[in-house]
Design a protein around this ligand. Structure first.
Ligand code: SF4
Length: 413
């Protein structure tokens, strides 16, 4: 096939994904083109909902059939509204298709109608390239999915967990070293901390092991021990206290990721007070950076079953994080608190992702990008409940067969 892949030719970002896709297709004998003339189809990779406006623009640019792939493709009911084929899963089975008709007939392709698709999980790990993304930086694909199954995590519920081999990773490190490139291994594997100046780790591992890094990044996610145990990682107050003390021993900065929108704001106030007390007892020398995201109820996750109980009063904005920053500054000079997107933005993201009709997706896209059409929190919440998007059935990926199935008891409530 001759395929037009404008993102590969034109975009500066997400180079790793585009390169893996393009190289796999070219290795199988397909031609990847920078312009549409004479092509069989156009390719569009979508990581998440923020790339939907790009799909709408591509639709306006071409009459070629558009094939959408990437993590967002698991939301095929939404992706198909501005495309012709949605390819679910990895690219290697797609590369084996010799013609567009063959591709469209694949069980991994959704083309309106038909049964529920099967996700393609085949990865040719030995052919994954080291991708240089900046003059001195390269990425290498270390794995997909995650063996943890946090209740809110789209990544782990839409990918069967697979890892690249240690031999391939070592070889990639040698290649990067020869070329004097700093190599980042992209995966959700936390055990061995891949080394480097920035390391992503589970907090419970961080407090148990010596590390040599300038910045450690850990997910705390929820405000209380109970919420954390229910939704994701079992992290106790004591674990957090030990991490705060270890920062000084390691002489490193710590970035903690949090997800607001689920716990009542009072629980977060208590969390911030407790953190302030810890910093008072053990003043940190390097930056403690608290990051906040507001929670999205995404299909495939167990949390999606609770989508009708979403409570805008639990969502925070920059005024709340500014207040928390001021409070923590009473105990330390070395702290930052990042603000999340407000509730209306989260609602728009959910609205686009769960849309099953053009009318719905156009409405939510307009609210998301048009400042004059901006919704208040109440308007956004009312629209989420009344627009029908929450009726999108609850799906799950069967982790043994890769078949998408209806999640019994998790559909329209
Ligand atoms: S939040 Fe992190 S640890 Fe939890 S399932 Fe997702 S990738 Fe894995």
């Amino acid at each position: 096939m001759k395929l037009w892949y404008p993102q590969y030719a034109e975009s500066q970002s997400r180079f790793l994904t585009y390169t893996i896709v393009a190289k796999a297709l070219m290795a199988a004998g397909h031609e990847i083109e920078a312009n549409p003339t004479g092509c069989d189809a156009a390719l569009y990779s979508m990581c998440d909902v923020m790339e939907y406006p790009g799909l709408v623009k591509l639709r306006a640019r071409t009459a070629l059939p558009i094939i959408v792939g990437g993590a967002y493709a698991l939301n095929w009911w939404s992706a198909i509204l501005y495309s012709d084929v949605v390819w679910l899963g990895e690219v290697y089975d797609m590369a084996d298709c010799r013609t567009l008709d063959e591709l469209m007939a694949s069980p991994h392709a959704y083309t309106r109608g038909g049964g529920l698709p099967v996700v393609s999980t085949r990865v040719e790990w030995d052919t994954v390239p080291v991708c240089q993304i900046e003059p001195r930086k390269a990425y290498y694909w270390g794995g997909v999915g995650c063996k943890n199954k946090c209740r809110f995590c789209y990544t782990s519920w839409t990918h069967i967990h697979q890892v690249n081999s240690p031999a391939n990773i070592e070889q990639a490190k040698r290649v990067a070293k020869r070329q004097k490139l700093h190599l980042m291994i992209a995966s959700n594997e936390y055990e061995d901390g891949q080394g480097g100046t920035t390391q992503d780790m589970l907090l419970v591992d961080y407090i148990r092991r010596p590390v040599r890094a300038q910045l450690i990044r850990c997910g705390i996610e929820f405000a209380t021990e109970q919420s954390r145990a229910r939704m994701g990682k079992r992290i106790s107050r004591e674990d957090i206290w030990r991490a705060i003390q270890k920062m000084n021993a390691d002489n490193c900065a710590l970035r903690l990721f949090h997800i607001s929108g689920y716990d009542p704001v009072e629980d977060w106030e208590t969390y911030i007070d407790e953190l302030g007390g810890m910093l008072e007892r053990c003043p940190n020398h390097k930056i403690l950076h608290l990051m906040y995201n507001n929670l999205q109820y995404q299909n495939y996750t167990p949390l999606y079953a609770e989508r009708r109980r979403i409570d805008p009063a639990r969502y925070i904005d920059h005024t709340v994080t500014a207040r928390w920053y001021d409070r923590l500054r009473m105990h330390t000079q070395h702290v930052l608190v990042g603000a999340p997107s407000p509730y209306a933005h989260v609602a728009c993201r959910m609205g686009v992702e769960l849309s099953r009709e053009r009318e719905q997706v156009d409405w939510w896209l307009d609210k998301a990008k048009n400042p004059k059409a901006k919704l208040t929190t109440q308007q956004a919440h009312d629209a989420l409940l009344s627009s029908g998007v929450l009726d999108t059935p609850h799906y799950r990926l069967n982790m043994k067969t890769a078949q998408i199935e209806l999640w019994e008891g998790g559909g329209a409530q």
